[in-house]
Design a protein around this ligand. Structure first.
Ligand SMILES: [Zn+2]
Length: 307
């Protein structure tokens, strides 16, 4: 079955300055590696549509959506927090990033593909209902989960977050919503310094100390993620796919490699095949070593394609 690869040129135009690690070069590194590895030719390429106001408003407050629209600058940068800025093209990029995740849900639910990867930026998992932070403006994965439930009638969705940073925004949006199970690993202590105390019984957070690698990751997945996923029986698996836990990443200190991402992906395919007809929607979050990011996405998508 097919894997879709969804992106949009607008995502390359979001630019927070020459020294910001969340740069347009990240998407160029991914597409370059996908072509070099020969994976690109096996994908169903689709261009994202912008998420609609209604789709965004399922997880963001109306006042917040108004605030972001009003903050969009005509020139230069408008800082939403010390690490997160809007340039004139940023709102379009964030709207298409969320729209990519919506399209991915529509495509896997209609059977046009079984799995989908969204190569988009800005990332989303730190964005809360009314708050931009940590390079994130709109929470694309949360928008996707809400779309799967509201537009496609699903009653059980799982969100898996293996970014090196805790997905505080996604957790805050869905805490205590029994339809959504969230499992995650992240380095702790590290930005945003949350996640150790889960906000609800549907949140399965596994903090990992600096230096943790394959062994700690596999233990977390086997002992915490997989039992929770089996119990929840998700009809769709959504991945917050951050690759900044890679040992080469400059922003954090976990020691994952691209083969760890391939292994995680295989575990999630097994879950999706048992419960979700194989349906997986994966959306890019972090990953700031351009080389490691490109190689890791290749391994992640290669496993999706082979499923
Ligand atoms: Zn991250």
């Amino acid at each position: 079955m097919t894997t879709a690869f969804i992106t949009h040129p607008a995502c390359l135009l979001h630019d927070m300055g020459p020294y910001h690690p969340e740069s347009p070069d990240r998407l160029r590194a991914i597409s370059d590696r996908m072509i070099a590895a020969g994976v690109d030719a096996h994908l169903l390429h689709r261009e994202a549509r912008p998420a609609t106001r209604e789709q965004l408003a399922r997880v963001h407050a109306d006042a917040y959506l108004d605030e972001i629209e009003a903050a969009s600058p005509d020139e230069g940068l408008h800082y939403l927090d010390p690490d997160t800025a809007l340039c004139p093209d940023s709102v379009a990029a964030a709207t298409h990033a969320a729209g990519a995740a919506v399209l991915a849900v529509d495509m896997v639910m209609s059977g046009q593909c079984r799995t989908a990867f969204c190569a988009v930026r800005p990332p989303g998992h730190h964005a809360e209902r009314s708050h931009a932070m940590g390079f994130c403006v709109f929470n694309s994965v949360a928008v996707a989960a809400a779309h799967a439930m509201e537009a496609h009638g699903l009653s059980r969705v799982a969100i898996v977050d293996f970014d090196v940073h805790h997905g505080n925004g996604t957790e805050a949006i869905f805490a205590r919503d029994p339809r959504v199970l969230m499992v995650g690993t992240f380095q702790y202590p590290l930005y945003p310094y949350s996640g150790v105390e889960p906000l609800g019984p549907n949140m399965h957070n596994v903090p990992l100390e600096a230096g943790s690698g394959t062994e700690a990751l596999q233990a977390a997945v086997r002992e915490h993620w997989l039992p929770a996923l089996e119990a929840h029986q998700p009809e769709l698996v959504i991945i917050s796919a951050g690759f900044d836990a890679h040992r080469e990443d400059p922003l954090a200190s976990l020691a994952f490699t691209e083969s760890d991402y391939a292994w995680i992906t295989r575990q999630l395919i097994d879950v999706a095949e048992r419960h979700a007809q194989g349906r997986i929607v994966s959306s890019l979050e972090g990953g700031y070593s351009l080389s490691a990011l490109g190689r890791s996405v290749v391994e992640h998508v290669r496993v999706l394609v082979a499923s």
